[in-house]
Design a protein around this ligand. Sequence first.
Ligand code: S3P
Length: 449
Amino acid sequence: MPFLRGEISPPGDKSITHRALLFSSLVKGRVHIEHALLSGDTRSTAKALAKLGLSLNIDDQGAAATIDVVSPGIEKLRESILNESEMLQSTPINFDCGNSGTTTRLLAGLCAGLSGGVFRFDGDASLRSRDMSRILSPLQSMGCEVEYLGAQGYAPFQIKAKDLHSKDIDLKISSSQVSSALLLAGLVGVAQGGGRNCMTVSTPFTVRDHTFRLLKFMGANIEECGVNSYKVFSLASDLAPCRIVVPGDISSCAFFLSGAAVMPGSSLLLKGVGVNPGRILVMDTLARMGVSILKENSRLVCGEPVCDLHVQSTLGVRLRPCNIEAASIPSGIDEIPAIALAFAFADGRSVVSGAEELKHKESNRLRLIIENFANAGVRIEETSDGFFIEGSRTIAGGSFWRTNSDHRLAMLGMVASLAFERPLIIEEVDSAAVSYPGFSRDLAVLVNI
Ligand code: S3P
């Protein structure tokens, strides 16, 4: 079997790049974003901001882009959108969100607060199949007008932004996209003065808290108010210009981490990786399985914990099996496919439960994990809300690997193909560009035969 050796600086974090771009609209003046990810998804957010009237200057240096965003500030933005929509008699601003759920949901939260504006959201076939009622129903309950233009609950949809009422929302799903969308709506759309000028949003389990950390770093009035609960006060004035440095994306690193775990003799240094507590299931799980993962050079960057990760696997040592339950799924929601690869090589049965949300990503990831691994010869079985895998020393491979144009399945296929006895026939690999445009090149540099 080949192994992975070398050093890599992974591309900027997708979630944080989306937020840095979107939150720039709250600033009067310039936000300078360094090490931003420029990928299919974040380009969708950048294009949407240009439609809102912000100006963007992008210096694309491969995986790490520098983006300057200039905004007139939220009040001026609201006024110009209102004037435009009156002039054009409520002709909507149209957003094409492509494949990006984060763009759609966070942008809808922001736009719901721009009262007087009319906005339409649409995207590709995958985006049209993803539930949008999870953000639009709570936004409606705050006073936003929503019209579904196709199937109920899905894109395309239109929102007419109104002055929003303050609400305290206890979400039933642990989704950072939903919680972030509502916090943004509260920040921008709940009226100042008069009534209550704050709102709280909570989730059952811990989710990535990038929205809280970045808004706080930028000077917004937001605080933690209990476990998995945040309180945001409506924006009293525009935020000040600032510089944001985006950490490396742990979700992109996950494929290298689990690739190194299953290819004995691997040793990788992944530099400048964001290790937000709501994102570290992959590290914790591999460590529990016996993989050596050392954190070096730990620091805080714009409020986010960042470090270098040194991962090593030892020849002749089998990985221990491991179980993952509902409470920790949100902290690895995008990494379960990569974790499944490690489970496939473990010395015994590993179980994933409470992972229903995996059915509602860019593809039905639960289905694709089970189908692809089973075809490759892995002993995997579906359960009502997850799967279990009986690990094995060798896996045949040589099978067809379906991606359904899901970037994470494409990257997983490329790594799994190296670890299996025979290479996979991967449906396509171009979708990797949704989150990691240079993935196959970076992987090729690390592979040793
Ligand atoms: C994201 C949150 C997650 C994740 C997605 C990005 C974010 O979705 O799957 O890729 O940036 O907030 P949910 O929070 O809806 O689970």
